[in-house]
Design a protein around this ligand. Structure first.
Ligand code: PLP
Length: 359
């Protein structure tokens, strides 16, 4: 029998979340952000549910090529733009839209004299200080691109550093509006967090990522309370049980010691599957549909759970690491990280199953 560690990806949940994005921004077009193999969910597996997006946004040129080969003929946006001159040629050949965040990228586009028409997204740095033109150089960059016959459209964009905290994007939106005033072109500002909280910034295109996968962009609001449904269910089974006496320890380093007689279960899932090693004793997990907690250190291929709340659990009982009973965000919070990192970290050895529950 195959090792029972698997990820199930629900197309209906993804469709629901995409519908939620549309409901929040009914007058905007939606770039579904699918970088990092669709946040670890499997880009090609999700393909049937992507059809309802207006465009797909990612950073990997190989995957953009694959999308074209698989028949995706609608817009594709490269969020980090070209990494070298050859990428500009690839973008023209495959009809990929390019973020332009750096003068070097404008030079490559200038050098590319080709007849093909390039759609570019000129990025303004509104305070993240990661990518994008400083306000002082933005108009120059726009004029340079505008003068090129090979550039057919310039969308004006920015990305927020703090849209996930109350009021955190207000100043960046003001700055964006000041700097872009009078420049023609579509606008694109919002990630998932901003989509929920900054209706005035929705503009022509929104760029939701995490919300489409049913996780929360906010530390203090659950995905459920935002009307989102989890797309990923990470599951395994119990492969052993142990009876502990008072004073017995569990796992490497004996970090957990029983203070009463207890039964624990051993789950066939560890950090080599993508479960966070930093998740401490007490991290939520479900066995046979009942929420309980992990105990002891997570090892490479296994972790341990307290079976106190699940007296009927046996070898073979189903375990949900995260998904429906246990939100990925709750596991992330316990491990000191965010849901994004956990879904992205699912390891290649984990089997992937598609659940196409509404055709
Ligand atoms: C990743 C990314 C997004 C999506 O962000 P979420 O927080 O996942 O919604 C949007 N815009 C850009 C430029 C990104 O890099």
């Amino acid at each position: 029998m195959a090792r029972p560690t698997q990820v199930t990806v629900s197309l209906s949940a993804f469709r629901h979340n995409l519908g939620r994005a549309r409901q929040l921004a009914p007058n905007s077009k939606v770039w579904a952000v699918v970088k990092a193999d669709a946040y670890g969910h499997g880009l090609m597996m999700l393909a049937p549910a992507l059809a309802k997006a207006d465009g797909l946004a990612l950073v990997e040129f190989e995957w953009a090529r694959q999308l074209r080969e698989s028949g995706w003929d609608r817009p594709i946006l490269m969020l980090e733009g070209a990494f070298d001159y050859a990428d500009v040629q690839a973008a023209a050949a495959d009809g990929l839209e390019l973020v332009v965040h750096e003068a070097k990228q404008i030079e490559w586009i200038e050098r590319f004299g080709g007849a093909a028409r390039l759609r570019v997204h000129l990025k303004l740095n509104t305070g993240m200080n990661r990518l994008g033109f400083h306000p002082a150089g933005f108009h120059d960059a726009w004029r340079r691109l505008r003068s090129l016959a090979q550039v057919s459209s310039i969308t004006l964009m920015t990305h927020f550093a703090n849209a996930d905290v109350a009021g955190g994007a207000s100043r960046a939106i003001e700055r964006f509006d000041e700097v872009t005033a009078g420049l023609e072109g579509e606008r694109s500002l919002c990630n998932s967090a901003a989509l929920f909280d900054y209706e005035g910034a929705h503009r022509n295109w929104v760029r939701p990522g995490i919300m489409l996968y049913g996780a929360s962009p906010f530390a203090d609001r659950s995905a459920d309370s935002l009307g989102l449904r989890p797309v990923m269910r990470f599951e395994s089974r119990l492969i052993s049980t142990q009876h502990l006496a008072v004073g017995d320890a569990v796992g490497y380093g004996s970090s957990f010691v029983a203070d009463r007689p207890m039964v624990i279960g051993i789950v066939a899932c560890g950090y080599a599957d993508g479960y966070p090693r930093h998740a401490p004793t007490g991290t939520p997990i479900a066995v046979s549909g009942v929420r309980t907690r992990t105990v002891g250190r997570v090892s490479m291929d296994m972790l341990a759970v307290d079976l106190g709340p699940v007296p009927d659990a046996r070898i073979g009982s189903a375990v949900e690491l995260w998904g429906e009973r246990v939100a990925v965000d709750d596991v992330a919070a316990s491990a000191g990280t965010i849901g994004y990192e956990l879904t992205c970290a699912i390891a290649p050895r984990v089997a992937r199953v598609l659940q196409d529950d509404d055709g």
